[in-house]
Ligand binder design. Structure first.
Ligand SMILES: C[S@@+](CC[C@H](N)C(=O)[O-])C[C@H]1O[C@@H](n2cnc3c(N)ncnc32)[C@H](O)[C@@H]1O
Length: 441
């Protein structure tokens, strides 16, 4: 680091390790604007200057023990780690791949940018980490997701040149994690920059082949070593004539790439964040890039009566051609989901709508998370201070107050106007249908 920064700046860098780590949360713009969120939250927040929907919170706050967290209104994320997804120019309708996605810090933001249009494939090679990723994406309320746990080479084999935008938040030696997580120092001693550089090169090479002409690839790490950062990008540019570097905008405290201008570096002694490296690449348009689109649209087919009955409770439009039933489980596939996508080892293909159970349809938790209260026939809304909110999140049976009337059938339970999950009414009692795996502990 002394070689990289020079003696004087190195002192400032080392000194930054005496300071407290920084805590951040990012507001879910699929559900609420940052301005509206600030009006309803009881957390004390300060804006992160370069992230429109990002805020610092104090370490003693407990934002994960808050009903708004269970409503998917925000994600807890280190401030500099919010930058890569904010800089990848994702547009609604894009086909987006997050190749190293768990536990979902960046995927949640990419999903929010898609606004339900197009498709987000979130992948992580580790199956256990991909499970945490799935939970975070479903809590966030992204309906157009596929979650896979595959080697990048396997994804390339199945998808080929398919994605408009790709994010690689690469596994790395983690020099920017030392203040946040002391264990990272130990793992750095086991596997340093040279070890990770080999893996990163392989991942990037596969990703380039999956990008359509004109598509963008954002590469990021939370480390500072040249061989994992600029050298990887230089390697891509040398080996792929059709890839070009697009300069990222500098903002207050951010630094240019070291020896490769246009990349972006965040250092803990220059910004209020732990540190990150980013580079944005674009695949040049080729003359014959007007590739014919295969028509993968499913034909209209009749749906089971119990599912039709349940869907009639919803005013949210569903394209029935995208409803996919496997065994008794019902999914809603993202638009532009390719048929060959089904050949992958996936944890989720689209939005999980629910289960067909002997003539009944039971809606699933992820469906509740993508709804707006007005999109469901029967809604029960409590404010955050109502003690029944936490009891509901703990899985308890709830009694309705007299003024709330009698309820029969499926109800969508909301806090401050944001869905938490389903319950089934029978008179003045609500049978709790909150997903047991997500309960308040
Ligand atoms: C820096 S973390 C990703 C963090 C994530 N993007 C986020 O914002 O929450 C890197 C991830 O890459 C995964 N990984 C490691 N090798 C991989 C590979 N060859 N292909 C795909 N993912 C890989 C790890 O399991 C790890 O979850």
């Amino acid at each position: 680091m002394r070689d990289l920064l020079g003696a004087e700046e190195f002192e400032a860098y080392v000194k930054s390790f005496e300071e407290e780590r920084l805590y951040g949360l990012r507001v879910n713009t699929l559900k609420i604007s940052p301005e509206e969120f600030l009006k309803i939250t009881d957390l004390s927040l300060k804006p992160i200057p370069w992230i429109r929907n990002g805020f610092y919170y104090e370490g003693e706050e407990r934002p994960a023990k808050n009903p708004h967290y269970f409503a998917g209104l925000y994600y807890l994320q280190e401030p500099s780690a919010m930058t890569p997804a904010s800089l990848l120019p994702v547009m609604p309708g894009d086909k987006v791949l997050d190749l190293c996605a768990a536990p979902g810090g960046k995927s949640t933001e990419l999903g929010a940018k898609l606004k339900g249009k197009g498709m987000l494939v979130s992948n992580d090679i580790s199956n256990s980490r991909a499970k945490a990723l799935l939970k975070n994406l479903e809590l966030w309320g992204i309906e157009n997701i596929c979650v896979t746990s595959e080697e990048p080479a396997k994804l390339k084999e199945i998808f080929g040149q398919f994605f408009d935008k790709i994010l690689i938040d690469a596994p790395c030696s983690g020099e920017g994690m030392f203040r946040k997580d002391a264990d990272m120092v130990k793992s750095y001693e086991e596997h340093g920059p040279e070890y990770y550089a080999v893996i990163q090169k392989e991942i990037v090479t596969q990703a380039v082949d999956m990008l359509v002409p004109g598509g963008f690839l954002l590469y990021s790490t939370c480390t500072f070593s040249l061989c994992e950062d600029e050298d990887i990008i230089r390697g891509v540019l040398a080996e792929h004539e059709d890839m070009e570097l697009i300069s990222l905008p500098l903002f207050d405290g951010a630094s240019d790439g070291m020896g490769l201008s246009g990349c972006l570096r965040l250092f803990p002694h220059r910004i209020k964040g732990e540190g990150h490296f980013m580079a944005l690449l674009r695949k040049k348009q080729s003359l014959d890039s007007g590739e014919k689109k295969k028509d993968d649209t499913e034909k209209e087919k009749p749906l089971p009566g119990e599912l039709v009955d349940f869907l009639s409770l919803l005013s949210k439009p569903f394209d029935t051609r995208r409803i996919y039933i496997k065994d008794e489980t019902v999914y809603y596939l993202p638009e532009s989901f390719p048929k060959q996508g089904k050949k992958l080892r996936y944890l989720r293909t689209g939005l999980l709508l629910g289960e067909l159970k002997k003539g009944r349809f039971e809606p699933a938790q992820p469906l509740a998370m993508v709804l707006k209260p007005e999109e469901f026939g029967q809604t029960i809304c409590w404010n955050k201070e109502d003690e029944r909110v936490i009891r509901y999140l703990k899985g308890e049976t709830i009694s309705l107050k007299e003024e709330e009337g009698q309820r029969k059938g499926w109800c969508l339970i909301c806090v401050d106007g944001f869905p938490l999950g389903f319950a089934k009414g029978s008179g003045s009692t609500l049978k709790n249908k909150y997903y047991p795996g997500w309960r308040w502990q």
